[in-house]
Design a protein around this ligand. Structure first.
Ligand code: ES4
Ligand code: ZN
Length: 314
């Protein structure tokens, strides 16, 4: 099956850390190689995945590690049909481990700049790790101005329940005033109220996941009416048990109800593959080629690019 050209709008670069890179970085940095048994990639919920991801990130120390991880994602993404990448990074997680912010921003930033110079449309989005709290998010926004040319927007990720969007309203207002684009994870674990709050308190331009918006018909009508994009990640949602199985994934209902829904891979090394594997899983669950092409068209419409670039992507 041919790859479907698409924009990948919901991808955590740290989630591309596969067993081969884990082993390479661990050896290079003199850290014990983690247990790489494939059984490690089974989760009861979001938190179990986040715990594994956090312990794996212990192998990442230097600017070169960050550069090679991003380079690896970008090469895989191109092969998977990605023609525009808007990719999340989580600087706070690395700063917490004592990695200097320069290693994170310059390593990731240089790999994205190199891919751009090589003809791939791609940009970074700095995420606030919501369960570290609003003060840490504020500190992150305070720390990144020297790297302002390396990213285009801010996002909000990690454990959702107990960390409602409104906690971060002032920080998002400041990010907006600095010309940054705004997105947030909402409605993956949290209910429809989290999605509504991301729209009303944070003024996000897209919602990452947004699955549980489907429980509230008025909210779905608004999202369809305003054409707020939802960046859903089918393999992630099944792996983290946000949905029972692929056939029951709300992406099908979203398309039927006129929602601007897109497909991305979230954390390709942890959930079973890139955007191409997500398309394949949707096909196996009954998605038609027309539906997959509609999802890709939505991704171009939802991308943070100018009109000329959007026309080129379409
Ligand atoms: C994440 Cl909330 C969430 N879901 C999937 N991957 C993630 N990486 C960081 N936060
Ligand atoms: Zn995510």
């Amino acid at each position: 099956m041919d790859v479907i050209p698409t924009a990948e709008l919901h991808l955590h670069v740290e989630g591309a850390l596969d067993p081969e890179l884990l082993a390479r970085f661990a050896r290079r940095n003199g850290i014990a190689v983690p247990d790489l048994d494939p059984g490690r990639y089974v989760y009861a919920d979001l938190q179990q995945f986040l715990d594994l991801r956090d312990s794996d990130l212990a192998v990442m120390r230097t600017e070169q590690d960050f550069f090679e991880l991003a380079e690896h994602y970008l090469a895989q993404a191109r092969a998977a049909g990605v023609v525009r990448a808007e990719s999340f990074i989580d600087p706070m997680v690395h700063l917490q481990r004592g990695v200097p912010i320069e290693a994170v921003m310059d390593g990731f930033g240089a790999a994205f700049a190199a891919a751009r110079a090589d003809g791939l449309s791609c940009d970074l989005i700095v995420c606030f790790t919501r369960d570290l709290g609003a003060d840490a998010a504020q500190a992150t926004l305070d720390a990144v101005p020297p790297f302002r040319d390396r990213f285009i927007g801010v996002g909000l990720d990690s454990a959702e329940v107990g960390w409602p969007p409104a906690l971060f309203a002032d920080i998002y207002a400041r990010a907006a005033s600095e010309g940054l684009r705004l997105v947030a994870h909402a409605g993956e674990e949290g209910g429809p109220d989290y999605v509504r709050e991301a729209l009303d308190a944070l003024h996000v331009e897209r919602v990452d996941h947004g699955l549980r918006a489907m429980e509230d018909p008025d909210l779905v009508a608004r999202i369809a009416d305003e054409q707020v994009a939802l960046t859903v990640c089918p393999l992630s949602n099944v792996a983290l048990r946000a949905v029972p199985d692929m056939a029951a994934h709300p992406v099908f209902a979203m398309l039927e109800q006129g929602v601007r829904v897109t497909v991305s891979s979230d954390d390709p090394a942890y959930f079973g593959g890139g955007v191409d594997e997500n398309h394949a899983a949707l096909r196996r669950a009954g998605a038609t080629e027309e539906q997959l092409v509609a999802l890709a068209r939505n991704s171009f419409d939802a991308a943070f690019v100018d009109d000329a670039e959007r026309a080129r992507l379409h």
